[in-house]
Design a protein around this ligand. Structure first.
Ligand code: IMO
Ligand code: MG
Length: 435
């Protein structure tokens, strides 16, 4: 089975980086298809912790090609800083390739992100203020500047000046703030052009060629299903398509080329930013999970909102992504609790909802219907078989499988990369030729 899409099945931060990183050891290529540096992946390798925002996690694994696909929005300053950060920690980044069709995030996108957020007052989305939304707006409004433009100086100059003039009208007339300078934007682009020369290519050709040759390709999702612009809790979403369908558009491969779709979930739910969250815990149980699970944003450092695992959400994620299996992270975080809850339905105005509703007011009023299960004691992160888990933990896992109608393919038992039970042949480690 050569290609796997790793998809966030909740509101992001599900631990996709850990699963991708695990898969990368048997992969030839890891591809990112959407999002930008709003993503934040913490990957633990031995005693080293890496925090990545833009580069695919596969970059940490020797011999694995890391691809930034056309669907990603790319902040050149962040990209170069991240390359330097990894090189500074002796990680070879030479296996990086960037799509010539990826759109750029420039400083005015970041500025507009902040101004638009502040202007929304009580309707704030809680964006990461990294300019991701405004960059996708420009892309869809057909103003965008793509990486390919970096290498055509006269066209680049024209595009930058045209955009800066347009943006400055908005900055001055709508927001009454200082205009931005075209020269500053051009200098960022020129630096990027110099350093990225040789890294930018038609990545669709590369990814399809890899698949043609039977190479193992991992599509690494960013964000999650409920942040999807179409399928998420609109308008409290990001501006891209984290669902499995986004992989094909954002990488330039056809849907038939994705052999397996793996949904990554935590044993509970978290959310950064605003918007409805039916199973949210605002009490000390939530605080305990936040502390034990280190639930603070990788990108913004914000404390994450925490709640019980929501089976209604997971069934929805299973459907809109066509998930084949689940990878469950952070099971250990729930160890030591008296009772663990799994939401199996919502109650709304006296009736039972089994499908996740589109209406924000329905989501705000919906009450979770819980299955209460006994907790389990702490277990060793080093266990090597599912059968070694405490009985009550196994009962919880079976309840999830039954509720969602999907098997678990991966269970994470601790923070480190090795603390992972792989229940499926697909993931059995294969020695990479270059290692
Ligand atoms: P990873 O890849 C969690 C959230 C933001 C905000 C909303 C819109 O680490 O799972 P944006 O800056 O994208 O316009 O913000 O989306 N958000 C994430 N939350 N994990 C992420 O990525 C996120 N990327 C965006 O908090 O609510
Ligand atoms: Mg994150």
């Amino acid at each position: 089975m050569p290609s796997v899409a790793v998809i966030g099945a909740q509101w992001g931060d599900e631990g996709k980086g850990k699963v991708t990183h695990y898969l990368a050891q048997q992969a030839d290529m890891v591809v990112r298809s959407q999002g930008g540096n709003n993503a934040g992946h913490t990957v633990v390798v031995g005693d080293q912790v890496f925090k990545l925002h833009l580069l695919p996690s596969g970059i940490l694994y020797p011999g694995c090609q890391a691809v930034i696909g056309n669907g990603v929005v790319l902040d050149p300053e962040v990209l170069l800083a991240e390359i330097d950060y990894l090189e500074g920690r002796n990680i070879d980044t030479s296996a990086l390739v960037i799509s010539d069709r990826a759109h750029l995030i420039l400083p005015y996108h970041r500025l507009l992100d902040a101004l638009e957020e502040d202007g929304r007052a009580e309707r704030k989305i809680g964006t990461t203020r990294r300019g991701v939304g405004p960059a996708y707006m420009d892309k869809n409004a057909r103003y965008g500047i793509r990486t390919v433009d970096l290498f055509e100086p006269s066209r680049l100059r024209e595009l930058v000046i045209w955009n800066v003039e347009r943006v400055n009208r908005v900055l001055e007339r709508v927001y009454s703030v200082e205009p931005v300078s075209a020269d500053e934007m051009l200098s960022i682009c020129t630096t990027a052009a110099k350093r990225l020369a040789g890294l930018v290519a038609d990545t669709s050709v590369l990814v399809n060629a890899a698949l043609d040759q039977g190479q193992r390709v991992v599509f690494e999702g960013s964000q999650g299903t409920f942040l999807d612009i179409d399928h998420g809790t609109y308008p409290y979403v990001t501006s891209s398509h984290p669902v499995a369908g986004g992989v094909t558009i954002g990488s330039g491969v056809g849907p038939s080329r994705i052999d397996r779709v793996l949904g990554v979930v935590k044993a509970y739910t978290t959310r950064v930013g605003d918007g409805p969250m039916v199973t949210e815990l605002s009490d000390e149980t939530g605080e305990r999970i936040r502390q034990v699970g280190h639930e603070f944003g990788t990108t913004t450092g914000r404390p994450r909102r925490v709640g019980w695992l929501d089976g209604v959400m997971l069934r929805y994620a299973a459907r809109v992504n066509g998930l084949d299996a689940l990878a469950l992270n952070h099971l250990d975080v729930l160890s030591g609790m008296d009772t663990v809850r799994l939401c199996v339905a919502y109650e709304l105005d006296g009736s039972r909802l089994v499908h996740y509703p589109a209406s924000l007011s329905a989501l705000e009023r919906a009450k979770p219907v819980y299955l209460d299960l006994p907790g389990w004691p702490a277990f060793s992160p080093e266990i090597s078989r599912r059968q070694e888990l405490p009985g009550a933990a196994e009962t919880f896992l079976q309840a999830i499988e039954q509720e969602v109608g999907l098997p678990l393919a991966v269970i994470s038992t601790g923070r480190e990369r090795g603390h992972t039970l792989i229940l499926d042949d697909l993931f059995s480690p294969v020695q990479h030729s270059s290692t």
